[in-house]
Design a protein around this ligand. Structure first.
Ligand SMILES: Nc1ncnc2c1ncn2[C@@H]1O[C@H](COP(=O)(O)OP(=O)(O)OP(=O)(O)O)[C@@H](O)[C@H]1O
Ligand SMILES: [Mg+2]
Length: 519
């Protein structure tokens, strides 16, 4: 493709768009998030938006779906200019968005969330709860989601919340559905069901916008690909006319960076050991979320934990980190010494750091700036005579901002205003600063763009080279095979297999993680 970065590419002979966004510019203090961007949504087609973290993908979609009403440029629906003041107005015109960072109300039930603001009413004008719960269950059934619809959203895991968010969009007649990284916490099965739902929607003429960092999803779903880079529109391409390498080159404006190659490091003593470690289920004390786990990880080693969604991976991490002390039994050893962990504070004191999967709830204070968030868990690094020393905090934050390329105008930018992927990098920085002996990483590259993923793999490798013991949970098999020295598979809370690097094959690891494999 002969393509100059200055002249955006547009597809020849395309159908008439249902939605046209023209010359959209969005400014935030200190940042131009979008700079004269054009975008099309076509009836019955999937237009995938790609771009590095902070490229402006979510901002553009938040404008089209009515979340942001102040911007320059025009949005046209069926050739008529629209200016939505909020998401309800957009929804009334048939435009619905599934957000990247979930937008649910935690203390409302599943059904109440799905129908929030659009509750079905009976003849007397009162909310028809029975119908609301029955209808909600019907939509959720399509995803084989069997939780009681009266359950509070706060009691659901991230993946389940994601399905509720999707159900919320599917509950109404829509012309346009915008999905911002919808599969980032879905299981393989749930993802397949979502793809079938998307195919059904397009066959009914619904226009889909699909934001993703996953190239295989783009290949499977997209009819068109729109590339954004640094807030600029680079081009719109027919999906079957552009290769994956070309897309990546257009995204980053240069050739793909070298792929990550793991180095071999000498292993030290056992940094973390679990002996007959178990955790009971919160709801049913006779059941186990983690059962009789025996494992170790040495200093300088990267241990991968692979299991399907719901296998007990996140629960294992939370148990080690002291989140559910009263439910746990068995022994934890750090550097050969038996320790008792009653709370996360004890875990941090003993050199264990956990980077959680759900960064919005567990990892960040969204109203605080990058510097404060990074120093939050290791305040002693930035104190002078007992007071917070801003220059030290700033120096530390700046070094991480550079190392992990956190896209922001300064380390005083509020974290809630960063793009999703850049928020994840702040969580990583925060825990790396605690100088842990053992680092527990739960899905560390969720929502991270292709280039930054490589940076994080290199960082994990570097940490291992500096004798840190790293345990990584990931649902991406190629990723976990690339970064681990050894992989353990878990299923229903039990260890079902162990592989050294010379035994890594996708087939063997996947097989060991499936429920039918267990005796
Ligand atoms: N509320 C806000 N206030 C200030 N700046 C913002 C705000 N929201 C987004 N930004 C900035 O706008 C730019 C684009 O962000 P956006 O969230 O659209 O990126 P993205 O392409 O969705 O990235 P990701 O892949 O990480 O989700 C970023 O530089 C971000 O920091
Ligand atoms: Mg985004």
């Amino acid at each position: 493709m002969n393509q100059s970065a200055e002249r955006p590419h547009t597809c020849p002979s395309t159908p008439q768009p249902l939605v046209k966004a023209r010359r959209i510019t969005k400014r935030w203090p200190g940042v131009v998030a979008l700079d004269g961007v054009d975008f099309n949504i076509y009836a019955g087609k999937v237009n995938a938006i790609v771009g590095e973290n902070g490229a402006g993908k979510s901002t553009l979609m938040n404008i089209i779906s009515g979340t942001y009403s102040e911007y320059e440029g025009d949005v046209l629906l069926d050739d008529v200019k629209v200016c939505f003041r909020n998401t309800s107005e957009a929804a009334r015109c048939g435009i619905s968005m599934i957000h990247q960072e979930l937008n649910l109300v935690p203390h409302l039930s599943i059904a109440e969330n799905i129908y929030l603001g659009r509750e079905p009413v009976n003849r007397l004008g009162l909310i028809d709860y029975r119908k609301m719960h029955a209808d909600a269950a019907l939509i959720l059934n399509r995803f084989k989601f069997t939780e009681d619809t009266h359950k509070l959203v706060s009691e659901l895991r991230v993946g389940q919340q994601q399905i509720v968010e999707i159900a919320k969009a599917l509950a109404f007649d829509i012309k346009v559905l915008i999905m911002d990284e919808p599969t980032s916490s879905l299981s393989e099965n749930e993802t397949q069901i979502l793809f079938e739902q998307i195919e059904e929607l397009t066959s009914k003429g619904v226009g889909i916008v699909y934001i993703t960092h996953k190239m295989d999803e783009l290949r499977r779903l997209a009819n068109f690909v729109t590339v954004l880079r640094d807030g600029k529109f680079i081009g719109e391409y027919k999906a079957d006319g552009v290769s994956t390498d070309e897309i990546i080159r257009l995204m980053v404006g240069r050739d793909r960076k070298d792929l990550f190659v793991k180095r071999k490091h000498p292993k030290g003593e056992k940094a973390l050991e679990l002996i007959n470690f178990s955790m009971r289920d919160t709801e049913n004390k006779n059941r186990y979320k983690v059962k009789d786990v025996n494992l170790h990880v040495a200093a300088g080693e990267v241990l991968g934990i692979y299991g399907l969604m719901g296998a007990g991976r996140s629960e294992l991490f939370e148990a080690i980190f002291g989140v559910h002390k009263q439910l746990c039994s068995g022994q934890i050893r750090v550097s050969g010494k038996n320790i008792t962990i009653k709370s996360p504070k004890d875990a941090i004191k003993n050199g264990i750091a956990l980077i959680p999967e759900d960064r919005k709830n567990d990892g960040l204070v969204l109203g605080m700036d990058i510097g404060c968030n990074i120093s939050l868990a290791s305040i002693k690094h930035v104190l002078k005579f007992g007071f917070l020393h801003y220059p030290s905090e700033e120096a530390v934050a700046e070094s991480f901002r550079e190392k992990l390329s956190i896209k922001s105008h300064s380390c005083r930018q509020i974290v809630g205003n960063l793009s999703g992927g850049n928020q994840q990098k702040v969580v990583l920085s925060k825990w790396l600063l605690t100088n842990p002996k053992v680092l527990l990483l739960d899905e560390p590259t969720r929502g991270i763009d292709i280039n930054a993923k490589n940076e994080i793999y290199k960082l994990i490798d570097e940490l291992a080279a500096r004798s840190l013991a790293v345990v990584v949970v990931s649902s991406e098999l190629p990723e976990i095979m690339a970064i681990s020295d050894r992989i353990i598979t878990i299923c229903n809370g039990c260890i079902t297999g162990e592989f050294t690097s010379d035994q890594f094959t996708e087939e063997a690891i996947l097989k060991a993680s499936l429920p039918c494999h267990q005796s």
